[in-house]
Design a protein around this ligand. Structure first.
Ligand code: PDD
Length: 287
């Protein structure tokens, strides 16, 4: 089956889909993106993802590329045309195409938009969750506006590649004081001996994850305590459980940090229960 992408107003074959060489996303990483999970034919937490897209655009003073309702229609259409039941939908908006110059282009320059979708294998993800994943730690070296979901992801790319080369799947950015910020493409959590979920506050220094917000909804529903505070790598190693969250991984147990086991080195029961409950609690939009 041939994949279809949406590029600036047109549905085009994925293989020949292209943007202009002077797209500001290409030249300056002057753009933002979102990734939504598609599960069992539903787009997961789409309103929250579009709210965050709106915020990222506003923070960078990039205009909406189209009305929000129209974008929702395009997202559903891309998912439908690609016949994705389980997978991911990606959308990217840049400041548009203009002769290279650091200054913003003329105010009437239309933002550029791309929407793509791909399938993922839920059985492979479930098998991964059963075993848990390993993470490494790396020094925080990103800019301070990581609350904006910008396509400028070079530190994240280098960190994740380092993780892969170390036999892990994710890298946690760690501040000089030893506290964990977040993963290169996930939020970081621990579960304490008392069963409290701990994750860093999202006011600054991390991306306010949508999966993170839904996990908080699950915690509320199931009377689990959540503490939004920083935790150190040492505390994570001594914790009962650790896990990461993102649209791409949902809730994924972390069983080792820098080669050291977390607890007994197996996925924790709270983490797996959160993963199990996720789909029921998340907001679902039929694709
Ligand atoms: N990444 N932190 C960072 C730095 C991220 O890039 C992401 C998401 C998250 C989790 O956010 P959410 O729960 O809304 O997916 C946290 C996406 C999936 C990516 O870059 O592919």
């Amino acid at each position: 089956m041939s994949r279809i992408a949406y590029v600036n107003g047109r549905y085009v074959p994925h293989g020949s889909a292209s943007v202009h060489i002077e797209d500001r996303g290409y030249q300056f990483a002057d753009g933002v993106y979102e990734v939504c999970e598609i599960a069992r034919g539903y787009i997961v937490d789409m309103p929250r993802h579009l709210d965050r897209l709106e915020r990222s655009l506003r923070e960078l003073r990039i205009a909406w590329p189209m009305g929000r309702k129209a974008l929702e229609t395009v997202i559903r259409e891309v998912v439908r045309r690609n016949k994705v039941t389980n997978g991911l939908v990606y959308m990217q908006v840049t400041r548009g195409v203009a002769r290279r110059d650091h200054y913003f282009p003329a105010a009437d320059t239309p933002p550029a938009i791309v929407v793509t979708a791909k399938r993922t294998d839920p059985r492979a993800a479930a098998a991964k969750a059963e075993k848990g994943v390993r993470v490494i730690t790396v020094p925080e070296n990103r800019w301070e506006r990581v609350d904006i979901k910008s396509v400028g992801l070079l530190p994240n790319v280098l960190a994740r590649q380092k993780a892969k080369e170390a036999g892990a799947v994710e890298a946690w950015f760690v501040d000089p004081d030893g506290t964990v910020k977040e993963g290169a493409s996930t939020n970081a959590w621990i579960v304490t001996g008392e069963g409290t979920l701990v994750t860093r506050p999202a006011e600054s220094g991390i991306l306010k994850g949508i999966t993170r917000a839904t996990v908080m909804d699950i915690a509320k529903k199931h009377d689990l305590r959540v503490e939004e505070r920083a935790f150190t790598v040492e505390e994570a190693l001594a914790a009962k459980e650790a896990f990461i969250t993102a649209a791409t991984t949902v809730v994924m147990p972390v069983v080792a940090i820098d080669g050291q086991p977390v607890a007994n080195g197996h996925p924790g029961s709270v983490t797996l229960a959160l993963r199990e409950a996720f789909f029921d609690v998340a907001e679902k939009t039929l694709a």
